[in-house]
Design a protein around this ligand. Structure first.
Ligand SMILES: [Ca+2]
Ligand SMILES: [Ca+2]
Ligand SMILES: [Ca+2]
Ligand SMILES: [Ca+2]
Length: 215
């Protein structure tokens, strides 16, 4: 009896450890096989986006395998660094998570970088009011930013702790990372990904996959 009880306890313990480890919030892995601008994603600037098939794997690669069949390709050119981006509404309580994770694959010629932007609600209205005359910066809420440099061929996994994101509108919002839905706040409302060229006059061509919040 004692042994059965111990076994059950161990199974329960392993199960909860496993659940904790695999707990994450999937923003998108593009496995639906289609990318439509429309309810889920919007696009801005001159960035071109298209769904692509991931290459057939030769040999084992844990991260490439986890990218499944499809990824989202970003391409486009610029005369002045900025190319464009995509965004999505989140409207979640993200206080259980501590990191943003993304898989990206580039090529040998072009590199550039991806800016990741999060917006948390600080005036309890489930909306981000933005100033069209001031780079679309929020006027009541925080905007948090981190950057990832595009590497060469093959998927590179990047996991950025929320603590590494910088508030880019000090004095606006409360300048505190508080993506929770406490006290009427809408929590983490929105994410945008913005592609920037490596050269002032240049281009980008890379793909993204497995966008998620983890801890
Ligand atoms: Ca995928
Ligand atoms: Ca707001
Ligand atoms: Ca702020
Ligand atoms: Ca805040």
């Amino acid at each position: 009896m004692k042994r059965i009880f111990l076994t059950l306890t161990l199974i329960t313990l392993y199960a909860s450890v496993a659940m904790a480890q695999f707990s994450f919030y999937l923003i998108d892995n593009f496995e639906s096989g289609e990318f439509k601008e429309g309810p889920k994603w919007w696009r801005f600037g001159d960035l071109k986006v298209e769904l692509i098939s991931n290459p057939t794997l030769e040999g084992r690669d844990l991260i490439a395998e986890s990218c499944g069949q499809y990824a989202l390709r970003f391409s486009g050119g610029t005369d002045d660094w900025y190319i464009g981006g995509i965004g999505t509404e989140l409207a979640i309580d993200a206080s259980d998570y501590s990191r943003f994770q993304i898989d990206m694959t580039g090529d040998q010629k072009l590199s550039g970088k991806l800016i990741i932007e999060f917006f948390d609600d600080d005036n309890q209205n489930y909306m981000i009011e933005q100033d069209a005359n001031n780079n679309y910066l929020p006027v009541n809420d925080d905007k948090w930013v981190a950057e990832v440099y595009v590497q060469g061929e093959g998927f590179t996994r990047t996991s950025i702790p929320f603590t590494a994101f910088k508030d880019v509108n000090p004095g606006v919002g409360d300048d505190i990372w508080n993506p929770d839905q406490k006290d009427g706040s809408g929590g983490l409302l929105k994410m945008q990904l913005v592609a920037i060229s490596k050269e002032q006059k240049g281009a980008v061509d890379f793909a993204i996959d497995n966008l998620l919040l983890t801890y």
